[in-house]
Ligand binder design. Structure first.
Ligand SMILES: C[S@@+](CC[C@H](N)C(=O)[O-])C[C@H]1O[C@@H](n2cnc3c(N)ncnc32)[C@H](O)[C@@H]1O
Length: 365
C-alpha cells in the first residue's frame, strides 16, 4: 500500500527517536519526491490553485523585468531563473526581450521539482516555440555564470528553522510525533554565529531563520562572475522582521487561497512559506563579493520600469481595463505592492539600475 506523506514524515521522526527541525519538516512537506507540495501534481499557482504569484497575475510583471535585464544583457551573456513555477515568467521575459531585440544567449532554468520542469517546458513550447532552443534546464548551478539571475518567490519557499525564546535563550522549535499526531516540540538551544537574532524579546516570542537561503546566496556568489541578481519576495528588513509585535513569527500556509498557520494539515497539498529577512540575504551577498545596489517595494520597482507605459500603450478599451486591474494587483499597497520587495545584487558591473530610479530603501536593510 502507498504511504501518505504524513506517514512518511511520522516514520522519519520515529526512526530518529527525536523531533526533526522545522526546516527538515518543510523540506519533506514541499519537496519529497512525487509527494511534496512542489514535487507532486498539485495545481499550485493561479485561480485554480492555492495562491497567485506576480507573473501569474500579469504579463506586465515579466515585461518590466525584461526591461531591467536589458541593462545587463549584451548578446554574449545569459539569464538564469530559479524556481520558475509554471514557466510563465520565463515566457514573459523572453517574449519582451525578443520584441526589444535583446534576447539572452541562453535562458537557463534551475528547478527542483521534476513535475514543474515538465510544466515549464509545456508552457514555453506552447507560447514561444521559436525560442525553445534557447531554454535550458539545469540540474545544478552553472560555472562562471555571467548575466542576470532571477528568483521570484523562491527564497520564501526554502525550508526555514523556527525558533522560540525561552528563559533568556532562543531554542529550536522542532516537529515531533505524539499519539499519532504531528506536534511542535522545543529542541535544544539554537546556536549559529552567522544568524543575527534579537536580544530583547519576551518569553514565548517565535521567529524564523533561513540558513538554507543564506547557503544558497553563498553558492550563488561562488558561481557568479559578473552581472545582476534580482530577488523578489514577500519580506522585510531585520528591524521589522524582529519587531516585538511580530511575536508569532512569519510562517504561513496556503490551501485553496486560504491562509493558515498550521503546517500539520493538508500535508503535501498546501504551500508553506516564511517571509524573507532581506537584511540577512543582503549581508550574506556582501560577504560573498556582491554589491547590494537596490532594495525597493515591488510597486516602485515596476513603476520605475514603466509599467504604466505598457498600460497606456494598450489601445483596446476592454483589454486596457483588464490590464489596469492587473496593475492594481501588482502595485497597490493593499495587494502585492508593498509587502513584496525587490533586492538587487551586482557583481563586477557598473550600472545605475532603472528599477530603483523612483525608490531605493537600502537604509531599511
Ligand atoms: C512559490 S513558487 C514560485 C514560482 C514562480 N517563481 C512564480 O513566481 O510563479 C517557488 C518555486 O521555487 C522552487 N524552488 C524552491 N527552492 C529552490 C531552489 N533551491 N532552487 C531552485 N528552485 C527552488 C520551487 O520548486 C517552486 O517552483
Amino acid at each position: 500500500m502507498q504511504r501518505s506523506l504524513k506517514e512518511i514524515i511520522k516514520n522519519t521522526i520515529i526512526q530518529k527517536s527525536k523531533p526533526i527541525g522545522f526546516d527538515e519538516f518543510m523540506d519533506l512537506a514541499l519537496y519529497y519526491p512525487a509527494k511534496g507540495y512542489y514535487s507532486g501534481g498539485m495545481q499550485k499557482f493561479g485561480e485554480q490553485g492555492d495562491f497567485i504569484t506576480a507573473p501569474e497575475t500579469s504579463d506586465l510583471f515579466g515585461f518590466c523585468l525584461a526591461r531591467q535585464c536589458t541593462q545587463i544583457l549584451d548578446g554574449t551573456n545569459d539569464i538564469l531563473e530559479f524556481g520558475a513555477g509554471s514557466g510563465v515568467l520565463a515566457a514573459q521575459v523572453l517574449f519582451e526581450l525578443g520584441r526589444l531585440g535583446q534576447l539572452p544567449k541562453n535562458y537557463y532554468i534551475l528547478e527542483l521539482s521534476a513535475e514543474l520542469q515538465q510544466r515549464q517546458q509545456d508552457t514555453i513550447a506552447k507560447i514561444l516555440p521559436e525560442l525553445m532552443d534557447r531554454v535550458v534546464w539545469l540540474n545544478g548551478l552553472p560555472e562562471n555564470f555571467s548575466g542576470v539571475v532571477i528568483a521570484n518567490e523562491v527564497l520564501d519557499a526554502m525550508p526555514a528553522k523556527r525558533l522560540i525564546y525561552q528563559a533568556g535563550k532562543f531554542k529550536e522549535l522542532g516537529v515531533d510525533c505524539q499519539n499519532d499526531a504531528l506536534v511542535w516540540q522545543t529542541k535544544s538551544i539554537y546556536n549559529n554565529d552567522k544568524m543575527r537574532l534579537p536580544t530583547e524579546v519576551t518569553q514565548g516570542y517565535i521567529t524564523e531563520v533561513n540558513e538554507r537561503a543564506i547557503a544558497w546566496v553563498e553558492s550563488l556568489s561562488e558561481t557568479m562572475d559578473k552581472g545582476l541578481v534580482l530577488l523578489i519576495d514577500y519580506g522585510i528588513g531585520r528591524e521589522e522582521y524582529f519587531h516585538p509585535q511580530r511575536g508569532a513569527g512569519t510562517l504561513r500556509c496556503y490551501y485553496q487561497h486560504k491562509a493558515s498557520e498550521n503546517p500539520f494539515v493538508h500535508i503535501g497539498k498546501q504551500d508553506i512559506t516564511t517571509s524573507v529577512n532581506f537584511s540577512d540575504i543582503a549581508e550574506a551577498a556582501e560577504r560573498g563579493g556582491f554589491e547590494v545596489q537596490g532594495y525597493a517595494t515591488q510597486a516602485l520597482f515596476l513603476i520605475s520600469l514603466g509599467i504604466d507605459e505598457y498600460l497606456l500603450a494598450e489601445q483596446e478599451t476592454d483589454k486596457r481595463a483588464s490590464l489596469a486591474q492587473q496593475v492594481k494587483q501588482l502595485v497597490l499597497p493593499s495587494a502585492m505592492g508593498e509587502s513584496f520587495k525587490v533586492l538587487a545584487l551586482v557583481k563586477d558591473t557598473q550600472v545605475e539600475l532603472q528599477g530603483f530610479k523612483e525608490q531605493n530603501l537600502l537604509h531599511k536593510l
